[in-house]
Structure formats: C-alpha cells, structure tokens
Design a protein around this ligand. Structure first.
Ligand code: NAG
Ligand code: NAG
Length: 389
C-alpha cells in the first residue's frame, strides 16, 4: 500500500525544496525581463501619442529606466503582467490612449491576453503570426481600420476574439474553421462585407451584429458547430431562406437575426422534442408565409419576435398553449382571423404585441392589443379584395 504523504519525517529536504522555490521566484522576478519583450513594450508605448498618456494612467507609470517585470512595482504598476521574465498579459486601462498598435507587439511571444478595449487606437491590426500562445484578443471600442488580419486564424490558442465597435472592413478570413480553440467571436459594429465563411467548430458565441454581411446563411458555415449557443447577426443584409437545419443546431439558445432581408423561414420540430432554444428574434425582415406551428414545439422558448415582416394568415392557437412563452411580438404583419383566446384568459402572463395586423376581435382590454390594427382597406388589399372606395 502506498504511504500517504502525511507528516514530513525528515524536514531537511523539505526546507531545501522551499529554499529552491524561493530562489527560483526571486531570480525569476528580479531577473531582467526578456530583452525582446522590453523592445516590444518600448515600441508599443512609442506608437501611442505622448499627449494622450495621462500621468496617472497605466502607461503613465511605464518608465523604462526600470525593469518591466520586476517586483515590487514602483513603475509599470498596471497594464501588464509577467510570468517569470516574460510578459503574459497586456491589459490597458480605458484612458483614451490614441495611436497605433505596433507590429512589434508580435515579439511578445508568451502573451496570453491582449486587451486594449475602450481607447482610441487607429490604423490596422498588425499581423500577429508569432503570438501562438494568445488566448484572448480584445480590441473593442477603438478605431481600428483595415481588414480582420488573416493571421488571426493561424493562432491556435485563441479562445476569445472581440474586435467589436471598430471600423474594420473587407470580408471575413475564410480559414476560421481551423481554430479549434475559439469559443467566443464578436465582430459587431464594424463595416465587414461578404458572406459568412465556414465557422470555427467549437464556437459557443457568435456575434457579428451591425455590419454589411450579405447572402444566405449557408449550412456549410455552421456544419459541425455542436456547441453553438448564441447567434447574433442582426442589422446586416442577410437574405434568402432561413433553412430548417438552423433551429436544429443542437446547443442553440439565443438567436438574433433582426433587421436583415430574409424572405422565408423554415422551422421543424426539434428532434425528440429536445431543444435549449430560449429566444428568437426575426423582426424587421421581409419574411412571407404563414406562422409555423413548429415554433410552439420548442419546450423552453420564452421570447419570440417575428414583428414587422409579411406574415399572413391566423396566429396558431398552440402559441397560446406554450407555457414557457413570456414575450411574443407579432406586430407589423398581415395576420388575420381572431387571436387565440388563450392569450386573454385569466392567469396568462404573455407580454408583447399583436397590433398593426389584420386581426379581428383583438380585445383592447389586453395590452397585447393596445396598438391598433391596420386600416381595413390595407388588409383587404393584402388579401386580394378590393379596397373600399
Ligand atoms: C524613471 O525611473 C528612474 C529610475 O528609477 C527615476 O530616476 C526617474 O525619475 C523616473 N522618471 C519618471 C518620469 O518618473
Ligand atoms: C431595426 O429596424 C427598425 C426599423 O428601421 C428600427 O426601428 C430598429 O431600431 C432596428 N433595430 C435594431 C436592433 O437596429
């Protein structure tokens, strides 16, 4: 039977070990920072306008007469972290630093995190091929322009990429699918064009809101994305049919495709009745056809917006039977008939709107019906009748 490490019988080796640890830590922390890391940090600071560096900001404390990684820190008091004599994190404070990001940043080959969010960096994002350990790249809320560098897709440790709220343009690199480590990708609020490429296979969250992306959502882009929970692609120019495979992505929870140009949606019942889908927003598209009863087959669906499309026909009565459903926006379509009575019975707690349709007998006592219906001339026209003269 193996001896459990309980008491230390001979303390000498133990103290020797502690001593070794200490001397290692001391030599590592008081030892000089790896020289190419220092070069990179100097170039990094030099590319930022001195007038934008406030004395009490992180960069204000960077004084290269001292060693960046040494502890205790009188200088370099924030903005970077080291492990031993290597820089592993560059996380700037939001202090309106203005300037460019030097290509020499790629000398920080042990960098795990680069976060420059909420500043005024401009110019291109340099190629970062040698940052092979980088896990987190956050450049959101800056003024970076140019393209999303294709080199990003060569960084095999990346887990989080957030380049949202910049001025990035051009199309997306089409080799994302090779980054197996990537879990979160946010490129929202840029000027990206083109269609969606094949996406990284282990993605959990995809956000590319408010760009100029176009084309249909192709099945090949999403093939094998079994962990994808969040899809936020609103305010683009996606078009065509949202096909049935989409809502069957196995981990899907939240979908925001509002403000695009989709013209059709096909939705099937979830396999074996199992789905984690909670929220769907398809508002402000150009979707035609009847409302599918299959939305009501998603057991956890709590928020559904199909507002401002071109749906016609009745509201399926099963929508009022879906107890999980708490928010329902169907306003701004051409729905007709009487809305399901279940929405108005005592004890129901659905909020939202059924207004601006062609519904009859939508009880104004319900807040769902507060917004009035379309004028009957418009409805008659929509349903092929002649408008009353
Ligand atoms: C930079 O550090 C050196 C050496 O520690 C010190 O003499 C000098 O005053 C510092 N400069 C500033 C601007 O703080
Ligand atoms: C979508 O478009 C509508 C109409 O143009 C606008 O009122 C709404 O704010 C937009 N929603 C978003 C999230 O941009």
């Amino acid at each position: 039977m193996p001896k459990l490490p309980g008491k230390i019988h001979n303390p000498a080796p133990f103290f020797l070990f502690i001593l070794l640890c200490f001397s290692f830590i001391i030599s590592a922390t008081s030892g000089l920072t790896f020289s190419s890391d220092v070069t990179a940090l100097k170039a990094f600071k030099a590319a930022i306008k001195p007038s934008s560096i406030k004395p009490y900001s992180c960069l204000g404390s960077w004084n290269f007469s001292n060693d960046p990684c040494s502890i205790p820190r009188a200088y370099f008091s924030c903005g970077l972290l080291c492990s031993g004599n290597r820089v592993t994190q560059l996380t700037l404070d939001p202090a309106d630093y203005a300037g460019t990001l030097t290509p020499l940043i790629s000398k920080l080959t042990q960098l795990l995190t680069l976060d420059l969010s909420t500043n005024k960096f401009s110019g291109p994002i340099p190629q970062l091929y040698s940052l092979t350990n980088l896990q987190t790249l956050v450049l959101r809320f800056n003024s970076f322009s140019g393209t999303v560098p294709p080199s990003l897709t060569a960084l095999k440790s990346l887990e989080t990429v957030d380049l949202s709220h910049n001025y990035l343009s051009g199309s997306l690199p089409n080799s994302w699918s090779s980054i197996g480590s990537l879990r979160r990708l946010d490129l929202s609020y840029n000027k990206l064009t083109g269609s969606l490429p094949k996406l990284p296979p282990n993605l959990i969250e995809l956000a590319i809101k408010a760009n100029y992306l176009s084309g249909p959502l192709y099945r090949t882009s999403f093939q094998g994305l079994t962990q994808l929970e969040v899809v936020e692609l609103s305010e683009n120019s996606f078009s065509g049919t949202l096909e049935a495979w989409f809502f069957l992505l196995p981990a899907l929870q939240q979908v925001d495709l509002a403000n695009n140009s989709f013209t059709r949606v096909d939705i099937w019942k979830p396999k074996n009745g199992n789905s984690d889908l909670v929220a769907v927003d398809l508002g402000f598209n150009r979707i035609e056809g009847y409302l599918s009863v299959n939305f009501a087959a998603y057991p956890l669906l709590s928020s559904l917006s199909l507002r401002y499309n071109r749906f016609r026909g009745p509201i399926p009565w099963v929508y009022s039977k879906r107890e999980s459903l708490k928010r329902l926006f169907l306003d701004g379509n051409f729905l007709n008939g009487s809305p399901p009575a279940g929405f108005f019975s005592a004890g129901t707690s659905v909020s939202g709107s059924l207004g601006d349709n062609c519904l009859q007998k939508c009880p104004v006592s319900s807040q769902l019906c507060l917004k009035s219906q379309k004028p009957s001339a418009i409805c008659q026209h929509a349903y092929g009748g002649k408008p009353r003269s």
